[in-house]
Design a protein. Structure first.
Length: 143
């Protein structure tokens, strides 16, 4: 029998709701994002190759020549980042991905400036404010 809950570090995955929560707040995972995180949580600290994830999460036994795994990993990391947990989903230098709950003890908590680095300082669809490259909010006057 499959467990209803699975712990992924500080994230509690709920199979019934098909979502994860951190400190009682839902992550808002899409079905495939949940499947990806659940599969990685089943084998913590074990590297799963891109091909294996395609097979076990997407049920595809060939390489579709797309970046669907990378896109979903980025989306899950973005949702984890709202809780300062983007380190939880690690990329293995040898290829593949792993869930590393122990890395949190070694990782420094992400700062607001780090969360808004590179081109993420501009939030799409938010025309009332932008984020400067330092992470500070710049108000845009409404006309």
């Amino acid at each position: 029998m499959m467990p209803r809950h699975l712990r992924a570090g500080p994230v509690l995955l709920d199979l019934f709701h098909r979502d994860g929560s951190c400190d009682g707040t839902w992550l808002g995972l899409h079905p495939r994002e949940f499947e990806l995180l659940w599969r990685l949580a089943e084998s913590p600290r074990q590297r799963l190759s891109r091909r294996r994830l395609l097979s076990e999460v997407w049920r595809i036994d060939h390489d579709p020549q797309t970046n669907r795994v990378e896109v979903h990993v980025a989306r899950v990391r973005a949702k984890l980042r709202t809780f300062g947990l983007s380190w939880l989903l690690a990329t293995d230098p040898a290829g593949g991905y792993l869930l590393d709950a122990d890395a949190g003890a070694m990782m420094q908590e992400e700062t607001p400036a780090a969360q808004h680095s590179l081109d993420s300082y501009l939030r799409i669809g938010d025309d009332k404010q932008t984020f400067s490259k330092t992470g500070e909010i710049d108000a845009i006057p409404l006309e």
